[in-house]
Design a binder for this molecule. Structure first.
Ligand code: BG6
Ligand code: MG
Length: 212
């Protein structure tokens, strides 16, 4: 078997919280009267909360103070967490659950490699925590994707060499992070636009064809 472990991004890969990130940032952008659309939102995939705000502020004519920036990231997280409250195990996609179970049955280890500080809360809400041997997230990193830190920490927690790990991502910066950490990567959604993705998946369950 080429891969001993799979490291999954969370938002937009395991669950549809990428839509909630979009809705929460849209509310903040509307309050600030800043134009915001799906294309700009794609640039926020995989990027930390503060870096996301900096990207949104690129078209803002005024300079915000550090305190104001902290305020808007807090407001965004508040809107986001309100949306997370509606999540429940029964809403989680059957295809994802079924694929995770089949990967587990093959004896392949699984971890989360996410920039989010809400990762554990989300995994608890959707009832998938037990599939993952290790969680590397926004709370244990100092550099967000495209830096490979979050994935290298995940491989370290699992005790698996990076070259034996496969990363699954929906963010272009996540593909860059995997490659610069010496890991192969499988792209979903917007990440498929990255020319160097090792594999491009049409659907989550396509992973099973790679992990034969
Ligand atoms: C990533 C998302 O998973 O986590 C980004 O793709 C988000 O959009 C980042 O900004 C940080 O998330 P959180 O939950 O800590 O604000
Ligand atoms: Mg993502």
């Amino acid at each position: 078997m080429k891969y001993e472990a799979v490291i999954f991004d969370l938002d937009g890969v395991i669950c549809h919280t990428d839509e909630y990130h979009y809705l929460a940032w849209k509310k903040v952008a509307d309050e600030l009267n800043i134009y915001f659309d799906e294309k700009i939102n794609n640039q926020l995939r995989g990027v930390s909360r503060m870096d996301s705000l900096e990207i949104i502020l690129r078209s803002y004519p005024k300079q915000l103070t550090q305190e104001e920036k902290i305020h808007y990231t807090q407001i965004k997280n508040q809107y986001y967490c309100e949306l997370l409250q509606s999540m429940a195990p029964e809403d989680e996609c059957e295809e994802v659950k079924d694929t995770l179970q089949k990967i587990k049955n093959k004896g392949i280890l699984m971890a989360i490699g996410s920039s989010s500080k809400n990762a554990k809360f989300i995994l608890q809400r959707i009832g998938l925590m037990d599939y993952f041997t290790a969680i590397s997230d926004g709370n244990n990193i100092t550099h967000s994707k495209p830096n490979p830190e979050v994935f290298l920490k995940a491989s370290d927690y699992l005790g698996v060499n990076p070259t034996a790990c496969l990363v699954v991502e929906d963010a272009k910066v996540g593909i860059e992070a995997a490659l610069s950490g010496n890991m192969d990567c499988a792209a979903l959604g917007d990440a498929k636009n990255h020319p160097q993705a090792t594999y491009k998946l049409n659907s989550f369950s396509d992973l099973l064809q790679i992990l034969t």
